[in-house]
Design a protein around this ligand. Structure first.
Ligand code: AMP
Length: 419
């Protein structure tokens, strides 16, 4: 018999750890749901062209990291490497912007990048994301950043920092791009980086290699080339964040690995994570809709990494207060009791109590062991004599105390004991 392992760069989410992932997803999404963001779900794969155009032909994601496939029908598809292009595509396709902007959407799902696997960097990972489509308003940029911060804080995360930058717009970026290119052409860079200088010079600023960063010390910064409109816009975002009690660090070199960003750009980093320190990021992407063939729809969004948020919680030693999976565990002694307690368990569940049952015809000892392992606070135990008297035994697994409860009053009895 052969056994299989999950593919390289992937991992399985299984109990008990999986409960933390679900809780993190819920916590990151909760602030969005309270702020008028509606849930969006798009396919796990799209036409390759959507990402080539949407994410950028010169990005690592598109050139190296996409899982692409040709279908039997000849379609060129790619597993989604990120969420923004898909969600914007879906919003445009449905014409959501025609019934009012901004269109505010949130999503949660799996993303795929063929990256070199390491701690915090996987080939299959999970994000919660949000996009506000069709409005240019610094308050919208600030809203999204505040919602991300509130999500992290609600989990008890403290050691994250917000890096903030503006990438300018079509008015001021071209001149800066040319100035940066001039500077970069004068440097001694490797072949691939030189090519990047010609295609997308801003991305060179994102290079993390010491040999490159050293040479960039004197590089011109977009901050010094922003047009008045971009400057004012950015200043407003900064003021709104400050007013909301959100601390940030200006990072004039922050560019991020996707081509579509304009103006506001940000990243959340966590210092307990080592090399893969980005727990989330996003920004404004005013030109993306047109790049995808849609009308002008200035937009802003972010994606937060669920895997890395879980790692950040571990790094800080934060344990989430998760609800108990099982509150009551039923232990039947004999056939008649099995039937009666199966019914009782069903009734408890329907009344909203998390209840489980000793399946597999176990003996009492094994059944009690299962009850303890389940983490349940209470065991409901019944044998023939109990049933003859119309009662079951309710045992507190922490204190060891046990008392009979009338079968017809089990739900009330359990509620009282759990309160
Ligand atoms: P991006 O879509 O690249 O802006 O990434 C947004 C967030 O997703 C990052 O800040 C990470 O937290 C997370 N992320 C991106 N790529 C990976 C990966 N390969 N493995 C785990 N998390 C990732």
């Amino acid at each position: 018999m052969s056994t299989f392992s999950a593919p390289r760069g992937t991992y399985d989410l299984l109990p008990p750890d999986s409960a933390t992932y679900l809780a993190v997803r819920d916590a990151l999404a909760a602030p969005l749901r309270r702020a008028g963001y509606g849930y969006a779900e798009t396919p796990g794969f799209e036409h390759v062209e959507l990402f080539a155009r949407g994410v950028g032909e010169s990005t690592d994601i598109v050139t190296k990291e996409m899982y692409t496939l040709t279908t039997k029908g000849g379609d060129e598809l790619a597993l989604r490497p990120e969420g923004t292009a898909s969600v914007l595509r879906a919003a445009l396709q449905a014409g959501l912007h025609r019934s009012g902007v901004p269109v505010k959407l949130w999503y949660s799902g799996s993303y795929y990048r063929y990256e070199r696997p390491q701690k915090g960097r996987y080939r299959h990972f999970s994000q919660v994301g949000a996009e506000a489509v069709g409005a240019e308003d610094p308050a919208l940029d600030a809203e999204l950043i505040v919602l991300a911060v509130d999500g992290y804080r609600s989990l008890g995360l403290r050691g994250f920092r917000l890096l903030l930058n503006s990438l300018g717009d079509t008015v001021c970026r071209p001149a800066y791009r040319a100035a940066l290119q001039d500077f970069l052409r004068g440097l001694d860079l490797d072949e691939e980086t030189r090519r990047r200088v010609e295609i997308n010079p801003l991305r060179v600023l994102d290079d993390k290699r010491a040999s490159v960063t050293e040479r960039l010390a004197a590089a011109p910064l977009l901050r010094d080339h922003l047009c008045e409109a971009c400057k004012t816009y950015h200043e407003q975002v900064r003021e709104l964040l400050t007013a909301a009690g959100v601390a940030f660090e200006d990072d004039p070199r922050l560019v991020r690995g996707l081509d579509y960003y304009t103006r506001t750009t940000f990243e959340f980093v966590h210092d307990g994570l080592g090399a893969q320190s980005a727990v989330g990021g996003g920004g404004r992407y005013d030109g993306l809709s047109e790049q995808l063939g849609g009308p002008p729809l200035p937009s802003v969004g972010w994606a937060l990494g669920v895997d890395r948020t879980v790692l950040a919680l571990q790094a800080e030693g934060v344990a989430l207060g998760l609800p108990t999976a099982t509150e009551v565990f039923a232990v039947p002694l004999g056939e008649e009791a099995r039937r009666a307690l199966f019914e009782a368990v069903t009734e408890l569940r329907r009344a909203g109590v998390a209840a489980d049952f000793a399946y597999g015809g176990k003996g009492v000892k094994a059944a009690m062991k299962a009850a303890n392992r389940s983490g349940a606070r209470l065991a409901v135990i019944a044998g023939e004599r109990d049933l003859a008297e119309g009662v079951v035994q309710l045992k507190d697994l922490v204190s060891g105390e046990q008392a009979p409860v009338r079968l017809g009053e089990l739900v009330a009895g359990v509620r009282a004991a759990l309160a």
